[in-house]
Design a binder for this molecule. Structure first.
Ligand code: IMP
Ligand code: MG
Length: 184
């Protein structure tokens, strides 16, 4: 048998502290899906996943929504992130479908400064979407630089750098089924 150095070490990582377990994530996502199903009854929303971090959340959330929905993907990168954040966001991979007349649900992994989502909401509005709501798995309210309020939020978390369940640190940890905090 070839050795698989990452399988057990990554899933029981000694450098990570678990913040939200896989079970807690799935339970909460089930509740969020039920809420969206009720709110959008009779409509056909378009779920837009912000790549790459929201990919696991998107795939579980869409299975928890009992509606005739469609999906699309967008990828963005931001300039000058960190100390000198300009708030300038660039679309790296754009949507495949037009937004005209659609009820959009923007699916994000984490709402931090709010710069990414405020840019996307304004951008989608200018493309003629009928309505735009934000669903985020995680929210760090303390970190906000521009006012963005999620319509649906999984968990409010403290100002700590988190990884797992789609979220990365230098592209690592995205495959973890839980949310963890990297130990100092
Ligand atoms: P915002 O524009 O500052 O709200 O940026 C949100 C984006 O920053 C998220 O989509 C993540 O990609 C990234 N991000 C913010 N906080 C964290 C974190 O704690 N862990 C991993 N990525 C994060
Ligand atoms: Mg992201």
């Amino acid at each position: 048998m070839p050795s698989t150095p990452n399988s057990t070490t990554e899933f029981n990582n000694p450098t990570l502290e678990i913040l939200i377990t896989a079970g807690q994530l799935q339970k909460r996502i089930g509740e969020m899906g039920a809420e969206i199903t009720r709110d959008y009854a009779g409509r056909r929303p378009e779920l837009i996943c912000v790549l790459k971090g929201a990919v696991l959340f998107m795939s579980d959330l869409m299975r928890a929504i009992d509606l005739n929905l469609s999906i699309d993907f967008i990828a963005v990168s931001s300039y000058g992130k960190g100390k000198n954040s300009t708030g300038e966001v660039r679309i790296v991979k754009d949507l495949d479908e037009p937004l005209e007349g659609r009820d959009i649900i923007l699916v994000e992994d984490i709402l931090d400064t709010g710069l990414t989502l405020s840019y996307l909401v304004n951008n989608f509005r200018s493309r003629g979407a009928t309505s735009i709501r934000i669903v985020t798995l995680l929210n760090k309210p303390e970190r906000r630089k521009v006012e963005v309020t999620p319509d649906y939020c999984g968990f409010n978390i403290p100002d700590k750098f988190v990884v797992g369940y789609g979220l990365d640190y230098a592209e690592r940890y995205r495959n973890l089924p839980y949310i963890g905090v990297v130990k100092e």
